[in-house]
Design a protein around this ligand. Structure first.
Ligand code: SF4
Length: 43
C-alpha cells in the first residue's frame, strides 16, 4: 500500500484533490483507507 499511497497522495496534492478538498470518497472517509494520512504526511 505504501508504494501506491505515497505517490498517489503527492499527485492528489498537486491537483488540489486532497481529502480536505473533496466531499466524498475514500480520501474523505478514511474508515479503511490510509490515503488521508499519507496526504497529511505529504503536506
Ligand atoms: S469505508 Fe473504506 S472503501 Fe468505503 S469510502 Fe470509506 S475508506 Fe473508502
Amino acid at each position: 500500500m505504501h508504494a501506491i499511497l505515497q505517490p498517489l497522495s503527492e499527485m492528489l496534492g498537486r491537483a488540489n484533490l486532497r481529502s480536505t478538498d473533496i466531499k466524498a470518497g475514500c480520501g474523505r472517509c478514511g474508515a479503511c483507507s490510509a490515503l488521508s494520512t499519507y496526504e497529511r504526511a505529504a503536506a
